[in-house]
Design a protein around this ligand. Structure first.
Ligand code: TRP
Length: 490
């Protein structure tokens, strides 16, 4: 059996995990969720969620990977044979993400080119929806393939393949760049943003606390949801990255460093986004909420609008902005593929080279669905199911397996024996009671709203397909567990 690869240094591991965590979610999702849920006051539930659920679960995932030196399924199998499927489910959840995440990056590749001429013109919304995506009327109409997006997708998958091909040593080197470049650009964007007229108004909206929001249960659920999403938890990523740690590496301190670096980036990104929105509102003579656009619209519609109105060098800031998104996304993208590949190679001792080739090619081919005119709808539906169902179900199962089957005190003793500082009994409480409780409530509310309102105004048959996909993946996880591992592996 081959010796497991190792990170070159502690920095390489931290950078890779920070790179996995910091992604598109920090730039568009955090500012928007914060704004929607009490502005500045949102930082309180967010920080509490970070301490009571995000960091504890990250410690849990790091300990699992570090202890069993294996990807998610094999690590769960080592805890108890019958729980191996939880690991597979995590990998199927991350598979759903890596099928569509590269599509957004393919858009970024295109938008870098469009920025050169500010091609979106006076109506970026029309350009994005009707000219770029040529979005169809609904999920039933796929229409034809959009070749510019396919080219972008090809570039992204090739990059993922080339980076992962040579193993974690190369990943460790690449992440130094893919973490530093977007950060450097973010600093430029913040300086540009806060020196624009009207910036103060925008920041006021971002930071002005609305303390009454703290009494709203929804705000707390949003905070926990955002923490799980932004830290890339419940997807097998952190388990596999920590499985490449050399013996005697710390866990607790690393988990704190990575979580705080990620959240700090989110907070900082809010300054770039909201100062620019303030400027946009002033230029268009409207209020800040009127220009605030959620999700993808922020990056591909609102920001381009602002870029075109900049007093000078709009094209330069446009190119920088989309390079930032691309470099933010790429280290998250390969951190989604790696755990999936490792799941197969760890269990069946397969050749990593071949599994990686097949996964990259398969990811590209299935990803073609999202490059069609109707692809946007499917991207939206899949994203919703992965983030609000997949993540919650896997997170809940992880807590149950470690909390009640493996037992938290055993895990805590192990992790304390290798870490730079010790965690106390509070950790047991968060894993056994608090986090499962919050995730359980979220899941029930989510199922309820799916049954009563559906999702995003899509027809019931389309969301039913989403539910069927989730069900198939759960069944598949059991099937994977039942297929025997190769003898020489164990
Ligand atoms: N954290 C990533 C972001 O903020 C998104 C993400 C969720 C992710 N789950 C993941 C990235 C798993 C890598 C692996 O954009």
């Amino acid at each position: 059996m081959e010796i497991r690869e190792k990170w070159d240094s502690r920095t390489a591991f931290i950078m890779a995990s920070v790179g996995a965590a910091i992604g598109l979610g920090n730039v568009w999702r955090f500012p928007y969720v914060a704004y929607d849920n009490g502005g500045g006051a949102f930082l309180i539930p967010f920080f509490i969620a970070l301490l009571t659920a995000g960091i504890p679960l990250m410690i849990l995932e790091f300990s699992l990977g570090r202890k069993y030196q294996a990807g998610a399924p094999t690590a769960f199998a080592a805890v108890k044979k019958k729980t191996e499927w939880v690991g597979w489910l995590a990998l199927f959840a991350v598979m759903m993400i890596f099928l569509y995440y590269p599509t957004i990056m393919a858009w970024c590749v295109n938008y870098i080119v469009h920025s050169l001429t500010l091609k979106w013109g006076a109506d970026p919304n029309h350009f994005f929806v009707n000219e770029f995506l040529r979005k169809s009327i609904g999920p039933s109409v796929l229409g034809s393939i959009r070749w510019p997006i396919v080219i972008g997708l090809g570039i992204v998958w090739t990059a993922i393949y080339l980076i992962l091909r040579k193993g974690v040593k190369v990943v460790g080197k690449v992440v130094k760049w893919t973490v530093a470049i977007p950060w450097a650009i973010l600093i430029i964007m913040v300086i540009r943003g806060i020196t624009l007229p009207g910036a103060g108004e925008g920041l006021n909206f971002y930071l002005k606390p609305d303390f009454s929001a703290l009494l709203d249960a929804k705000v707390w659920l949003a905070a926990y949801g955002q923490v799980f999403f932004t830290l890339s938890l419940a997807m097998g990523t952190m388990i596999v990255y920590s499985s490449y740690l050399p013996k005697k590496s710390d866990v607790n301190n690393n988990a704190f460093i990575i979580s705080l670096a990620n959240s700090g980036t989110s907070f900082f990104a809010g300054f770039a986004v909201f100062s620019t929105l303030g400027y946009l509102a002033q230029t268009m003579n409207v209020s800040v909420p009127e220009v605030t656009n959620s999700g993808i619209g922020l990056a591909f519609i609102t920001y381009p609008t602002a870029i075109r109105l900049l007093p000078f060098a709009g094209a330069v800031f446009g190119v920088l902005f989309f390079i930032m998104l691309l470099t933010l996304g790429i280290d998250s993208a390969f951190s989604q593929v790696e755990p999936f590949v490792a799941g197969f190679t760890d269990k069946w001792n397969l050749s990593k080279k071949w599994v990686l080739r097949i996964v990259c090619l398969g990811g590209f081919i299935i990803g073609l669905i999202f490059t069609t005119e109707g692809g946007f709808h499917w991207f939206d539906i899949l994203d919703h199911f992965t983030c609000s169902w997949g993540l919650t179900i896997v997170g809940l199962l992880e807590c149950i397996v470690i909390g009640y089957i493996y037992k938290t005190d055993k895990m805590r003793k192990y992790v304390n024996s290798i870490s730079e500082f010790r965690i106390g009994k509070w950790w047991d409480f968060t894993i056994k009671i608090l986090t499962p409780l919050i995730l359980g409530i979220s899941l029930i509310l989510e199922i309820y709203s799916m049954v009563t309102d559906g999702y995003g105004g899509y027809p019931a048959w389309a969301t039913t397909i989403g539910i069927i996909v989730v069900a198939i993946l759960i069944v598949m996880s059991f099937v994977m567990m039942k297929i025997k591992a190769r003898k020489e592996n164990k």
